[in-house]
Design a protein around this ligand. Structure first.
Ligand code: SF4
Length: 369
């Protein structure tokens, strides 16, 4: 009896949902400008995107908000971030203002020397700044990559950039975007990365008005034969089941959460999303959105050049919270991408544990279409 009570306390402590009141992460699109012509994306061709980027002074002002004091993660993307001549100034300003935050970034790798010079300057001026992840886009071997990125020579440059940037982060990855043209090359990229001492992550195919992907590019939703790729990527074969589901959940929580994410995406199941709660998206022109997938006008919460962040946050559009909770924006055309949902899943146990218990009781594979 006492043992049961102790067990309950033990599990209770390790299975819990986080307090969702603190803002922990900023997703910052540094610019919409890009010098590639990727087959999957049309940012480079989108005239309607604003091209007036905020600067480091705007960031200094915006960062004064007390609501941002807990920020511990900043995710940078584009367009191509290093097209900005003031790239180091922006990063240094973010670091000065959000000193607890670790940084992640994805680059297209077009100019290895420029990237190296920028990262070197940042390291010289802020040796304590941590790059949690540096991703360099790579979609396959030379012919496949160059074709999908629309620029000759991009393969060699991407590889050189990844190798040069190893000096600045223990975690430099090739970022592989699955498309119908390159589904057969993921394993090739994984082997290639291993030879180079680098990692690989999947950049989930997104469909919205900034991308030129279509239903056929949602390869995982359309092709159950690719489930083993997700099983390998999630390491589900490392789970050694005991008779105790709760104990297994605690032991393999990270793997189970990844499996929950992929099983839900391929089956279009609504998952938790904490956009406009624990994270938000800062667009290049200073607009604040809940996330960087649905950028419709009615989702603009405000602009940091016009209002201070506290005012913007407190006056979020009515119904936004409910809209996100109901998941109506999660699958506008297929999927909204995994990075923000992944972060949200990491903050809660309840829905994942329920899903896991059901999988175990029905004896189903964790990821299946
Ligand atoms: S569910 Fe997707 S589209 Fe909706 S707010 Fe979350 S990340 Fe954005």
């Amino acid at each position: 009896m006492i043992q049961d009570k102790l067990k309950k306390i033990y599990y209770g402590r390790q299975i819990h949902d986080n307090d969702l009141k603190k803002i922990l992460c900023i997703r910052y699109t540094m610019t919409w400008r890009c010098n590639f012509k990727c087959a999957s994306c049309n940012i480079w061709n989108n005239e309607s995107l604003p091209h007036d980027d905020i600067n480091s002074k705007d960031i200094d002002k915006f960062a004064k908000s007390v609501l941002l004091k807990d920020i511990n993660e900043i995710i940078l993307s584009g367009g191509e971030p290093i097209l900005r001549d003031d790239f180091p100034d922006i990063i240094l300003s973010l670091h000065r203002n959000f000193s607890k935050a670790k940084f992640s970034i994805t680059l297209n790798g077009y100019n290895p020397e420029r990237a190296h010079n920028f990262f070197k300057r940042i390291k010289d001026e802020a040796p304590d700044l941590e790059w949690d992840l540096i991703g360099i886009s790579l979609n396959g071997p030379k012919e496949v990559h160059d074709k999908s990125r629309g620029v000759k020579g991009s393969f060699e440059n991407a590889v050189k950039t990844a190798e040069l940037l190893k000096e600045f982060s223990p975690c430099v990855h090739f970022s592989f975007t699955f498309l119908k043209e390159n589904v057969d090359y993921f394993d090739w990229v994984c082997d290639f990365a291993k030879q180079k001492g680098l990692g690989v992550h999947i950049c989930w195919t997104v469909m919205n008005d900034r991308f030129s992907t279509n239903e056929k590019d949602l390869v995982f939703q359309n092709n159950p034969d690719l489930v083993p790729v997700l099983e390998r990527y999630s390491d589900v074969d490392q789970i050694k089941e005991s008779g105790n589901i709760h104990k297994d959940y605690i032991t393999y929580k990270q793997i189970i959460k990844k499996a929950y994410l992929y099983d839900s995406i391929i089956n279009k199941r609504v998952m938790p999303c904490h956009a406009a709660k624990t994270f938000f998206h800062l667009a290049p022109n200073g607009d604040i959105f809940p996330c960087n997938f649905d950028l419709s006008e009615d989702r603009i919460m405000g602009n940091i050049k016009i209002s201070d962040f506290d005012t913007i946050w407190k006056n979020a559009p009515k119904g936004l919270d409910q809209d996100i909770k109901s998941g109506t924006c999660m699958y506008p055309n297929g999927v909204c991408g995994d990075s923000d949902i992944n972060r949200s899943i990491c903050q809660v146990d309840t829905p994942v544990l329920k899903w896991y218990i059901n999988k175990r009781k029905t004896n189903n594979r964790l990821i299946q279409k």
